[in-house]
Each structure stands twice: as structure tokens, then as C-alpha cells.
Write a protein that binds this ligand. Structure first.
Ligand code: NAD
Ligand code: UDP
Length: 311
């Protein structure tokens, strides 16, 4: 049994990770400031002997004796991270410094939830880990993209300079139960709109693409990554290489929900990446053949069933 700290543990991915770690018999400390996370996501774990909940903001130092840290604290949806852009950068950068400091102090292994956003609007397609990206440093997405890029730099520097055992994963668009129905990301928006027979809002012409990964596949990859030998730091892409345009996604969701919604077109936010698809060879080679198991349609059905509980 290990003692494991999950920052951002009350969020969508964090709460699914806490469930898995508790199931495996570990002692879990879930740390969150509830900016985008919710107690409802982890309510069923409250009172469990091996689960502790801490209200804390990662921009401030935190001390606990732990064996492993999963650093997930950061808003992930564009409206949420743009709401207070300065706070978003502080969360990524000061949060990384504080958690790396903790890892150094208690000799813990630490995993950073980085993102496909570090590739920006990518010119290389599909994206391989060796690609340095095409990121606007001064746009409305920069607080998130550059914050996450700086966090990767900090991870590598703590590793080289202080021997901290680090793991970096670059997560591609992930969806599933416990996403906030109002957080503004495309899957939650389209499903909620479809279930309510409201207009489905496509930003731009809908030809931009994303690759959607079901949350269970991601969690499996995260755990395998944490358990790799110390000399393997990543970064590693974790995503599902199936690539869909937003028009295809909207049609699929209308179909699966049997909705009467119409598709409408809204302005495309600036710096919205045109295309995104992970090259997952590195994950396959280093994470014991890891590969996503749940295809979009199956994952959407489970996610639709979850969002139906909000109607
Ligand atoms: P989420 O918004 O549901 O979860 C983020 C959690 O972090 C929330 O519980 C929030 O309250 C908490 N948090 C935010 N700022 C904090 C702070 N300063 N101190 C403490 N807690 C704070 O988003 P998610 O989709 O679960 O994303 C989790 C992590 O994975 C994030 O770091 C995100 O950047 C990364 N990621 C997610 C995706 C995705 O598609 N879901 C893709 C790439 C990377
Ligand atoms: N998007 C859309 N309609 C919405 C929400 C998002 O067409 O109601 C588009 C958005 O412009 C982007 C894609 O869907 O091109 C994915 O958006 P999301 O915010 O989920 O993730 P990210 O852009 O960070 O990959």
C-alpha cells in the first residue's frame, strides 16, 4: 500500500483516479480548492478509511509524507481557465514548484498532467513527443498552454538538478462521467444541448478536429506511467488516435441521443487549434503495450447515460 497525493482530486479526471487508487488498496489524499471540481465527485469516498480530503490551493506550499504525487490541479476547460488567466498561470507554475518541492522533500515520485495544448496549433500531424509545438505566447489560450509548458520545464529541471523522480504525460481531449455538464467543453456542451433538444453550437465551420479519449483508458495509462522505471520520465502522449471533426461529433451525438437539436454555427475563438491527433507509439512501447480500448461511440453512450442524470 502506498500513500498517494492527488492534486485536483475532486475534478473530472482526479476523482476517477482517486476511485481507481482506492480500489487498488492505496491511501489517498485528495487535495482540491473546488474551483472547477466538486465534492459530489468524491462524496462516495468521504468516510472511507483510506481516503482523506483536503481543501487547499496548490499555489501555496503543502506538506505531507507521501510516496507518490499525481499533479492534476488546474482548470482544463477553456472558459474555466480563461476566467482568471493570471490565476491559471499561477496554478500551473507555482503549483508545479510547490508539488516538486514536496516530492523533493519526501523523495516521492511525481506525475504531471500535461496536455496536448503544449503543441498549440500543431503543424506536425499527428503529434509526436519530439515536436516542440506552435504556441502563441500572448493569446487567450496562452495562460493554460504556456503555464503547462513552463510546468514541464520545471519538472525536467527538478529532475536534472535535484534528482526528483518525475513522469510527464501529455493528455489529449478526455471525456466521460463526472465531467461538469456546464464546464463549456465540446463533449459536455453537445451532449447537454442534445439531451435538451437545444441548438448544438459549433464554433467555426466545424472542420477542426480533435481525438477523444475515454477517461478509463487515460487512468490505465496514468497508473502504468507512474509504475515505469525511474529512468523513464516521458513526456508521453496519452490519447485515442481516432480523429473526428466537430461536425462529425455533433452528428454522432444527435444520432446517439435521438435528439431533435439543430446544428448552429458560432464564431471560432482565437487560436483554436485546427487539428489534433496523438502519435501513441511511445506509450505503446513504454507502457506495456498500452492502447485505448474504448472507442468514441461506446464512450459517448456511457457519458450520455451520466449526463441524463442531470435532466
Ligand atoms: P477539472 O477542471 O475537472 O479538474 C481540475 C481540478 O483541479 C478541479 O477539481 C479544480 O477544482 C482543481 N483545481 C484547480 N485549480 C486549483 C488550485 N489552484 N489548487 C487546487 N486545486 C485546483 O479538469 P480535468 O479535465 O479533470 O483535468 C485534470 C488535469 O488534467 C488538469 O491539470 C488538466 O490540465 C489536465 N488535462 C485534462 C485534459 C482533458 O481533456 N480533460 C486534457 C489535457 C490535460
Ligand atoms: N467547440 C464547439 N462547440 C462548443 C464547444 C467547443 O464547436 O460548444 C469546439 C472548440 O472550438 C474546439 C473543439 O470544439 O475546436 C474542442 O473544444 P474543447 O473546449 O472541448 O477543447 P480544446 O479546444 O481545449 O481541445
Amino acid at each position: 500500500m502506498k500513500r498517494i497525493l492527488v492534486t485536483g482530486g475532486a475534478g473530472f479526471i482526479g476523482s476517477n483516479l482517486c476511485d481507481r487508487l482506492i480500489r487498488e488498496g492505496h491511501d489517498v489524499i485528495c487535495l482540491d480548492n473546488y474551483f472547477t471540481g466538486r465534492k459530489d465527485n468524491i462524496r462516495h469516498l468521504i468516510g472511507h478509511d483510506h481516503f482523506e480530503l483536503v481543501r487547499h490551493d496548490v499555489i501555496n506550499p503543502y506538506i505531507a509524507e507521501v510516496d507518490e504525487i499525481y499533479n492534476l490541479a488546474c482548470p482544463a476547460s477553456p472558459p474555466a481557465y480563461q476566467y482568471d488567466a493570471v490565476k491559471t498561470i499561477k496554478t500551473s507554475v507555482l503549483g508545479a514548484i510547490n508539488m516538486l518541492g514536496l516530492a523533493k522533500y519526501c523523495k516521492a515520485k511525481i506525475l504531471q498532467a500535461s496536455t496536448s495544448e503544449i503543441y498549440g496549433d500543431p503543424i506536425v500531424h499527428p503529434q509526436v513527443e519530439s515536436y516542440w509545438g506552435n504556441v502563441n505566447p500572448i493569446g487567450i489560450r496562452s495562460c493554460y498552454d504556456e503555464g503547462k509548458r513552463c510546468a514541464e520545464t520545471l519538472f525536467m529541471d527538478y529532475h536534472r538538478q535535484n534528482g526528483v523522480r518525475i513522469k510527464i504525460i501529455r493528455i489529449f481531449n478526455t471525456y466521460g462521467p463526472r465531467m461538469d455538464p456546464n464546464d463549456g467543453r465540446v463533449i459536455s456542451n453537445f451532449i447537454m444541448q442534445a439531451l435538451r433538444n437545444q441548438d448544438i453550437t459549433i464554433y467555426g465551420d466545424g472542420n477542426q478536429t480533435r481525438s477523444f479519449q475515454y477517461v478509463d483508458d487515460l487512468i490505465e495509462g496514468m497508473i502504468r506511467m507512474m509504475n515505469t522505471p525511474d529512468d523513464f520520465t516521458g513526456p508521453v502522449n496519452l490519447g485515442n488516435p481516432g480523429e473526428f471533426s466537430m461536425l462529425e461529433l455533433a452528428r454522432k451525438i444527435i444520432d446517439l441521443t435521438g435528439s431533435r437539436s439543430k446544428i448552429v454555427f458560432k464564431p471560432l475563438p482565437s487560436d483554436d487549434p485546427r487539428q489534433r491527433r496523438p502519435d501513441i507509439s511511445c506509450a505503446k512501447d513504454n507502457l506495456a503495450g498500452w492502447t485505448p480500448k474504448i472507442q468514441l461511440e461506446d464512450g459517448l453512450k456511457k457519458t450520455i447515460a451520466y449526463f441524463e442524470t442531470y435532466l
